[in-house]
Ligand binder design. Structure first.
Ligand code: TYM
Length: 337
């Protein structure tokens, strides 16, 4: 770890049997690049995933699967600090402090909470979903990062984190840095293949619109080939009128490293069928080795846990320092020696 580097922190939930293309292009792809230039902390936020009731064996498998996928996608546990959130107890401890600083109305205005609780109704909405963004703020503030690399949908949670950071500092003295969202414009929002104006999401109504990176190549190729487009013939980026084609262009450009105009040029004069086949080939070729590597990593569970233990020790060293600073600033009496 090079301390002159700026710090970044981000997290991902282990709520599915695979990350989807939105998770990768909106977040993880940036993380892989940032570990080369920043002091980078990344965690599998298993405590956040407890807001969704999951069978324990499945929950356990998904947590390990998430960590394995992150490594297979290019996170190197030597070049970054990779850990499981629940292994660092300070996350829950700082979350309580932050809950005591957050207004009820302020938490009620979080759009992700509003959407999810409206969908399930108040009797089936757990309190953990309400306090979810506050735990997220604690995840971030514990590590004093300058940047938080996330997709567009997380912007409001980062704003709340910034408000809490400033509130704490003005009440108890300069303690936290003010983190900024780090959002890459082009791929910050990958949309559903069947509903190209809504974001690709693991809670989508139809699995046909979501590309899971752990799925077999044939499945993903089929999904891309059946994606919703429009009645025109031209392959042109125009989010307003051609949401489906624009989404596929974003995916193609992000995975090949080409610009949108270079991507359009690759398919000039071609029809939608050829375009979809081209995108399908790029996607399946890109993720085939990732899938293979993930499965290999999962075969050696002890080895994987060892890598994660090293990460949680590095994370804990930073987190415990921050929590001590926070408790001291608030006048919480330390335990006698
Ligand atoms: P999660 O697990 O839902 O998503 C992980 C990351 O993937 C991004 N993402 C997308 N980006 C582009 N297009 C999409 N369709 C798309 N869908 C998901 C998300 O923006 C996210 O960056 N609350 C966070 C987890 C979290 C966290 C944190 C993040 C907990 N603590 C601390 C940063 C810092 C979440 O729901 O991630």
């Amino acid at each position: 770890m090079n301390s002159s580097r700026k710090r970044v922190l981000s997290g991902i939930q282990p709520t599915a049997d695979s990350f989807h293309l939105g998770n990768y292009l909106g977040a993880v792809k940036q993380w892989v690049a940032l570990q080369e230039t920043h002091d980078a902390f990344f965690c599998v936020v298993d405590l956040h995933a407890l807001t969704v009731e999951t069978e324990p064996k499945l929950f356990r498998n998904r947590t390990l699967l998430a960590a394995a996928q992150l490594i297979a996608l290019g996170l190197d546990p030597v070049r970054c600090t990779l850990f499981i959130q629940s292994h660092v107890h300070e996350h829950n401890q700082l979350a309580w402090v932050m809950e005591c600083l957050t207004g009820f109305g302020e938490a009620s205005r979080m759009t992700q909470f509003k959407d999810k609780s409206q969908k399930s109704g108040s009797d089936r909405t757990v309190v953990g979903l309400f306090t979810y963004p506050i735990l997220q703020a604690a995840d971030i503030l514990l590590y004093q990062p300058q940047y938080v690399p996330v997709g567009e949908d997380q912007r409001q949670h980062i704003e709340l984190t910034r408000d809490l950071s400033q509130r704490f500092n003005s009440r108890y003295g300069e303690t936290f840095v003010l983190p900024e969202a780090y959002i890459i414009k082009g791929s910050a929002k990958v949309n559903d293949l069947q509903e190209p104006t809504s974001k690709m999401s693991k809670t989508s109504d139809s699995a046909a619109g979501v590309i899971d990176i752990m799925d077999a190549p044939e499945i993903n190729a089929k999904k891309i080939k059946s994606s919703v487009t429009d009645a025109e013939r031209e392959i042109r980026f125009d989010e307003k009128n051609k949401a489906g084609i624009s989404n596929l262009l974003t995916i193609y450009a992000s995975l090949t490293g080409k610009s949108i105009s270079e991507s359009e040029a690759d398919f000039a004069g071609k029809g939608y069928g050829d375009f979809k086949s081209g995108v399908a080939e790029v996607v399946t070729d890109y993720f085939a080795p990732v899938r293979k590597r993930t499965l290999e990593l999962l075969e050696d569970e002890a080895g994987l846990l060892k890598l994660l233990k090293t990460g949680s020790e590095k994370a804990e060293a930073v987190a415990s320092q921050t929590l001590t600073k926070v408790y001291d600033a608030m006048g919480v009496v330390p335990r006698g020696k």
